[in-house]
Write a protein that binds this ligand. Structure first.
Ligand code: BG6
Length: 364
């Protein structure tokens, strides 16, 4: 039942603080992380020389965050790929390799085909899924569940947040096991995870402000989402949400790549949503925002509370509550979900049942 919310999507966006708590439950105690029930041999995890992640749609975008966090903390190469691509290019993995498949429904045909291909090649498969007993859960060697509860809206929101939280836990867990990152950093991240629930709640409390920003832009037909690093991955998800439910064309671009071919598409009045949650990249993002501003873009930034250099150059800014940069994706995606939702509502779209999209796609 979606009441008192007008749509399941809005209800599910609002469930995210609870979903974060559920996904952490039993897996984090103080700053200690454990995965009860996970039988993967620590020796195997210690000896991994690389890791693969594959998924479709929103789950793939969570995988991009997973890749960046694991590479950053575990210091092994991680390849994240779209399942329908991975499956058909004779992937280079075999015994001794680990493939992480991510799927809300656990039934997506492309993801399942990738899982089977990896198993046939002798790799170990770990599934991150939301549905107990789903095909992906049954066929993978190991499963980590996202405890997001049933997700009804076709556009995924709470499952994505749960997937990103789980990848963060996994990255910190592996880094501890392998002693691949400074212990203080890992402690800081583990200590910051439970607080994400309240931080997301604080962003949800600004729903009206975000709704107004989206309503004012409902006439858009073409937009860019830009960011660097983790923000680029979040930009991919923000653009997908907007496309899926509002039918506004949105393209996610790595901010530094705009100048290598795309800038000509940024003309007077073209809206650009600039993600800038990573202080180490603020200076570079500032120049990317200047580049698009010089061509007349209307820039809405999603950034940190102290990002004076970003706020100074953007037309408008949504400043997020303070959060560790490596935990920021969980928080930064929330205004983008609300933004997509309110842009779609303002255009009279059927938010929960967008055209030409199914919740779970069981054909390849
Ligand atoms: C698509 C859905 O077809 O499948 C997307 O419309 C979803 O919303 C994607 O992200 C992957 O689904 P799942 O269940 O494998 O995470």
């Amino acid at each position: 039942e979606k009441a008192p919310y007008p749509h399941f999507m809005l209800k599910e966006i609002h469930e995210q603080p609870q979903v974060i708590r559920e996904t952490l439950r039993g897996r984090i105690e103080g700053t200690e992380i454990a995965f009860p029930g996970l039988k993967l041999d620590p020796g195997f995890l210690k000896s991994l020389r690389r890791l693969y992640i594959t998924a479709c749609g929103t789950a793939y975008h969570a995988g991009l965050i997973g890749k960046m966090l694991i590479e950053r903390l575990v210091r092994i190469p991680v390849e994240a790929d779209i399942a329908s691509e991975f499956r058909y290019r004779d992937p280079l993995l075999g015994p001794g390799d680990l493939l992480v498949v991510v799927s809300q429904s656990g039934e997506t045909a492309d993801t399942l085909a990738a899982l089977r291909e990896a198993k046939a090649k002798g790799a170990t498969v770990l599934a991150i899924t939301n549905v107990v007993g789903s095909s992906v859960a049954r066929e993978a060697h190991e499963v980590l569940y996202t405890w997001a509860g049933p997700e009804i809206a076709v556009a995924s929101t709470k499952a994505y947040v749960a997937q990103v939280v789980l990848f963060t836990l996994l990255a910190v867990y592996l880094a501890r096991l392998r002693e691949s990152a400074p212990p203080e950093l890992l402690r800081e991240l583990a200590a910051g995870l439970p607080g994400l629930s309240e931080t997301v709640q604080a962003v949800l409390a600004r729903e009206e402000e975000i709704a107004a920003l989206a309503g004012a832009r409902k006439g858009w037909e073409h937009t860019f989402f830009i960011g660097r690093g983790l923000d680029w991955a979040v930009a991919c998800e923000g653009a997908l949400k907007l496309k899926e439910i509002s039918y506004i064309h949105a393209e996610a671009y790595a901010a530094g790549e705009l100048k290598h071919g795309t800038l000509a598409l940024v003309t007077e009045g073209v809206p650009v949503i600039a993600l800038a949650t990573q202080p180490a990249l603020w200076e570079k993002m500032q120049s990317n925002i200047r580049e698009v501003k010089a061509r007349g873009a209307d820039v809405l930034a999603v950034t940190g509370a102290k990002a004076a250099e970003i706020v100074a150059v953007a037309d408008e800014a949504i400043c997020l509550p303070p959060v560790h940069p490596l935990l920021a994706p969980v928080v930064a995606v929330v205004p983008l979900q609300l933004f997509a939702y309110y842009a779609a509502v303002a255009r009279g779209c059927d938010v929960d049942r967008p055209r030409n999209l199914a919740k779970s796609v069981t054909v390849e």
